[in-house]
Write a protein that binds this ligand. Structure first.
Ligand SMILES: [Zn+2]
Length: 119
């Protein structure tokens, strides 16, 4: 099964290519340096998106290999965990891009235990 970020990556790449084509049409006399700057900015954005996607896919795997969007289950009783919200961590990476790491936090109403603590 394809990871979510793989699909997203294709969309972002398409978007960037389209943006660059439009930009080029609007800047037919751009210097090589200007072109490089435009490309670098977008590459930095794509890079951040990929880092975020890969990091998040790993976080999803840690909580039991469930597919994104599906409810998590308690490893003890198998009941559906109640979401307690998401914890978000923001990091700034290469090219001043923000990488947003999100981790869902849940608790089991039966066992009265919380899961996915920060760490
Ligand atoms: Zn439980």
């Amino acid at each position: 099964m394809k990871a979510q970020y793989e699909q997203h990556w294709h969309e972002v790449a398409q978007e960037v290519l389209l943006e660059m084509r439009t930009w080029r049409e609007e800047h037919p006399k751009a210097t090589l340096q200007e072109i490089e700057e435009e490309v670098d900015t977008r590459i930095a954005r794509m890079r951040a998106g990929l880092v975020e996607g890969i990091a998040m896919s790993s976080a999803a795997a840690e909580v039991g290999g469930r597919a994104a969007g599906e409810p998590a289950h308690c490893p003890t009783c198998g009941g559906t965990l109640h979401a307690r919200g998401k914890q978000v961590r923001k990091l700034v990476t290469t090219g001043k891009q923000t990488v947003r790491l999100e981790r869902s936090d849940g608790s089991c109403p039966t066992c009265q235990v919380g899961f996915f603590p920060p760490g």
